[in-house]
Structure formats: C-alpha cells, structure tokens
Ligand binder design. Structure first.
Ligand code: SAM
Length: 283
C-alpha cells in the first residue's frame, strides 16, 4: 500500500491563517517536503510541530519528485508545503502532484490561503469568471504572446509579480491594455497589507517614482462589453460583408445562420446585413 501525498496550504503572511486539519496532517506525516526548509522550520516551530523536513524546490523538482515518489510508494505519508499558500499554484508543487497521479499514488489537497483568491475577493472586480496567469513568462517571445492574448480578455485577469519586475510589467500591461482599471494588492494578510484601486497609467507613474517593496498580486478588469463590442465592430469594418459571409459559409454554416452571426459580430440587425449584401452585389 502506498502512502498519500497531502498538499497543505500554509499562510501567505499571517500565521493565524492555518487550518486545524493542516496542523494535524503536518504533525502526523512521516516527512514534510518544503520549498525553503529554513523558512518552513520557523513556521513549523511556531505551531509546535517537529518533523523531518526535506527540500523540494524549483531547482531540484524533477529529481526530487522521483525520490519522494519512491518514498510514497514504500508507504510513507508525505506532506508538501511551499513558502506560502497553496502548493502547486505558481510553485514547484505541480510536478510532484502530476508524478503521483501517473504512478497511482493518492493525493489529497487541504485547502487554505492562496494569494490569488485573497486578492480577487478583495478587488471587488467581477469574480464569476476570471483568468489567472501566474507570473508572466520571462522569455520575451512567450511573454509578448501572453500579453497579446490578454488584450481581448473579458474576464478579470490576475497576475503575480515580484517587486523588482513590477514597473516593467505594469508598463507592458499598459501597452496592451491602455487605461484599464487595476487593483494592486501588496503584502496581503501582513502588517503592511495594502490594496490600491487605480488605472494602469497611474500605477506606472506611482511605482516609477516609489520603489516597489513586498509581494504583489495584480487584479485587472477585463474588457467591458461596450469596449469589446467596439473592438469587434472596428475589426469587422475592415472587411466587406461579402467576405465576412464567405468566411462563415466556408466554415460550413448555412446562409441564414451566417447572416445571424454577422449581425452579432457587427452589432447591427440582420435586415441591415441583408440589405448591405444586396448593395455590395449590385456593386
Ligand atoms: N502558492 C502561492 C499561492 O497559493 O498563492 C503562490 C506562490 S508564488 C511562488 C509567490 C507569489 O505569490 C508572490 O511573488 C506574490 O506575487 C504572491 N504572493 C504570495 N504571498 C503574497 C502576499 N502575502 N501578498 C501579495 N502577494 C503574495
């Protein structure tokens, strides 16, 4: 019988934010795998938990996942914690979780703090549909592609960022999202917790003049329905109605359905589409 991997969410700042079940699980585990063992030892001591610790971090995650998997297959119960929050969310946890699933080792996740959820709930921005991008990629081409994909995003957008990259990221976000509203959450649950509701240009101005310090979550409003409709209309105004129709016919739609979609795309009535097509036909 193999052991179980317990994903234990730990505080993102305030040490009061830990569940009873996480403390019990950490106390009962055979081994605790932690991102930074020195940091985690301090945290565990605070709760009176003394257990063997082993390091599992970004730079050893592939080899170490195999080693931990071996122990789990031998029947050891392992608790995984990271420096902050929920394991596997923008940290090395996901590699070990995936390997456990592949090897048929049971995994269970004990919910608790998570910076993105804390920031989203605080922002007041629409939370029914949101997209979490974690840290933007560092590689230029990949980063540009992700930024470009955010331009038409209607859902609330959440990003993580380190203080030394904050200004660069805000600048690049402004290039694609313009004057969009943003809620910048800093040092959540800590003494210097702060949430600022502003716009991207204002945020660039402020943090260029004031050195960013601490940990940040950026919550951005998605494109509003009106902005999205205006963008759609602008996009379609560049192509003729006949070409627009042909795109849908090529995709296999019948003429009636194609004209219905065209009317939606352009924000006009079906009658206008019909008459416009007739006029284009007449030349
Ligand atoms: N697993 C974590 C979670 O559940 O949120 C995230 C780990 S990720 C390596 C660390 C990033 O999360 C930080 O760079 C910051 O963007 C965000 N973060 C973590 N704690 C935070 C806090 N107290 N306030 C604001 N952001 C925080």
């Amino acid at each position: 019988m193999s052991g179980t991997l317990f994903l234990c969410a730990t505080p993102i700042g305030n040490r009061g934010d830990i569940t009873e079940r996480v403390k019990e699980t950490l106390s009962a585990a055979d081994l605790i795998a932690a991102e930074d063992t020195r940091h985690s030892r301090g945290l565990l001591e605070h709760y009176g938990i003394s257990k063997p610790l082993t390091s599992y971090h970004e730079h050893n995650k592939y080899e170490k996942a195999e080693e931990l998997l071996g122990l789990l297959l031998e029947g050891k119960n392992i608790a995984l914690i990271t420096d902050a929050g929920t394991p596997a969310i923008s940290d090395p946890g996901e590699v070990l979780v995936r390997r456990c699933h592949e090897a048929g080792v049971p995994v269970t996740s004990l919910p608790g703090p998570c910076a993105l959820i804390t920031a989203l709930s605080l922002s007041g921005f629409p939370a029914r549909r949101f997209v979490f991008e974690g840290f933007l990629p560092q590689e230029t081409k990949e980063r540009k592609a992700v930024l470009a994909s955010l331009a038409g995003e209607r859902r609330t957008i959440i990003l993580y960022e380190a203080p030394h990259r904050l200004v660069k990221t805000l600048n690049q976000l402004q290039e694609v999202l313009g004057g969009r509203r943003i809620c910048i959450c800093r040092e959540l649950t800590k003494i210097h917790e702060e949430a600022v509701w502003t716009t991207l240009p204002e945020a660039v101005r402020f943090w260029t003049e004031n050195e960013p310090r601490g940990e940040y979550v950026l919550v951005l409003e998605g494109l509003s329905e009106e902005e999205a409709a205006a963008e759609d209309a602008a996009r379609w105004s560049g192509i003729s109605l006949t070409a627009h129709l042909q795109q849908y016919l090529d995709a296999g739609l019948d003429k009636k359905e194609a004209m219905k979609r065209m009317a939606e795309d352009r924000g006009v009535s079906r009658r206008e589409i019909y008459q416009g097509l007739l006029e284009e036909e007449k030349g």
